[in-house]
Ligand binder design. Structure first.
Ligand code: AMP
Ligand code: GLY
Length: 429
């Protein structure tokens, strides 16, 4: 019998999850809480906010969900998966304890040390005096990280000691991030290409997904402030099959085992943010969920049945599922952002050209909704991820930008250099 699946979240990541789940013969019905103007084409919208854990649990029960897939980190860190499990609903997403691999950087460092996982040398501090002393043990630049979830504002790569001291004092003394900043990880700065390696895990078996590379800064050339992600590509040539296999053995599997040994097995996604250093891949951070925009790039390349994989994750049967084939080609994704993003931006701006996008381009909605007249208007900072697919990155990139140029709204901006560095001189002309 087919499954009734509820996806929690309302961004491009969740639209991509629904798009792939809709392609599974095991899917009977799809729901999305709260969803956006794109997800309503695939799933019934459930008007419950992602912060409303009671509301989401009640909705899952009322809908008779056979599986809940949780997109964002905040509800996981708040214990949504624990609530759903207690209500008897299978969930793809970790418990609150296992989600600490993402929600506490200090705890993640402990797990990595226990598992022997390669990562930057670090010291954890909880008061300014100790922090200033520890700072003396690091070369510049030095990385200062708030322990808790800080919506992208918790990591500073400090290029001077004065800057590092100022950040330590802001986090530890001035409480600028609240509780999230009262514990700080000081860390050696790693150099190399940054890539994302995501794997499904049921707490024991580990199944790597195609890897990806994302762009966090708002402007071309990695300038300007950090964002939720302005685009990306998959798979990155630097993370070839042999390197990914090494990452599985040295990083993903030992981490999953260490979590299980702590009595906090992780059922969901283990997402390793990696630096490919001269000494090999090292972990920058872990997330315990699908990445955004990585998911929009990875799932179209995934040669497997997502509904079958995710229910296996939720019920501890992943080892019995035949692993998906290799990534089917390449994907490039360009995020169209609202004017002003990542600063203050307008919403309610009509979006034109959604029907003009070529057939070989995928449009994943994020900050969109339908207004009273049924028009699709903006409703967030990151509005759409436009994904081009192709046999190689050059073709995928061309399709993504053809799609990005076709969609227009006042204030729209996007990066022009996504995947550019991966192209040869001929493709760059
Ligand atoms: P995180 O939230 O830990 O991924 O940090 C956000 C960003 O800061 C990462 O995506 C990296 O670009 C950068 N970063 C974090 N840790 C380091 C490190 N040890 N060395 C260099 N860059 C880092
Ligand atoms: N793409 C970065 C993230 O999902 O955290």
């Amino acid at each position: 019998m087919g499954m009734r699946i509820l996806v929690v979240g309302g961004g491009g990541r969740e639209h991509a999850l629904l798009w792939k789940l809709a392609r599974s013969p095991r899917t009977a019905a799809l729901f999305c809480a709260p969803g956006n103007a794109g997800t309503t084409e695939l799933a019934e919208s459930v008007p419950v906010r992602t912060a409303d854990l009671d509301g989401l649990t009640a909705a899952a029960q009322r809908l008779g969900a056979d599986l809940v897939v949780v997109g964002p980190e905040a509800p996981l860190a708040a214990g949504l998966a624990d609530r759903l499990a207690a209500a008897g609903v299978p969930v793809c997403g970790p418990t609150q304890s296992a989600a600490r691999i993402e929600s506490s950087k200090a705890w993640a460092k402990e797990i990595m040390a226990e598992a022997g996982v390669p990562t930057a040398r670090s010291v954890v501090v909880t008061d300014l005096v100790t922090g200033l002393t520890a700072l003396g043990g690091f070369d510049l630049p030095v990385v200062v990280k708030a322990d808790g979830l800080a919506a992208g504002k918790g990591v500073v790569v400090a290029t001077s000691r004065d800057e590092a001291r100022a950040v330590l004092s802001a986090f530890l003394e001035d409480d600028v991030l609240g509780a999230a900043g009262r514990t700080v990880v000081l860390e050696e700065c790693l150099v190399g290409r940054e890539v994302s390696a995501l794997a499904l895990t049921d707490g024991e078996a580990v199944l790597p997904l195609p890897p990806a590379c994302d762009y966090k800064r708002v402007f071309d050339g990695d300038r300007g402030p950090n964002t939720g992600g302005m685009g990306g590509y998959a798979p990155p040539p630097a993370l070839d099959d042999a390197t990914l296999e090494a990452v599985r053995r040295a990083i993903l599997e030992p981490t999953v085992r260490a979590l299980a040994a702590r009595g906090t097995p992780l059922r969901g996604v283990l997402y390793a943010g990696l630096m490919l250093t001269a000494e090999g891949p090292k972990v920058l951070e872990f997330n315990a969920r699908f990445g955004d925009p990585e998911t929009q790039l990875i799932l179209p390349l995934l040669d497997g049945d997502l509904a079958e994989l995710l229910i296996a994750v939720a019920t501890g049967r992943l080892a019995g599922i035949p692993p998906p084939g290799p990534a089917a080609g390449s994907a490039v994704g360009v995020v169209l952002a609202a004017g002003g993003y990542p600063g203050p931006f307008d919403t309610g701006v009509p979006i034109a050209g959604l029907e003009e996008v070529p057939d070989d381009v995928l449009l994943f909605h994020a900050g969109t909704r339908r207004d009273a007249d049924g028009r699709v208007v903006t409703a967030g900072g990151r509005v759409l991820t436009v994904v081009g697919l192709g046999p190689a990155l050059a073709a995928a990139r061309e399709r993504a930008y053809a799609g990005a140029d076709a969609v227009a709204f006042p204030g729209r901006h996007f990066r022009r250099d996504i995947a550019l560095r991966e192209l040869g001189p001929v493709d760059r002309r």
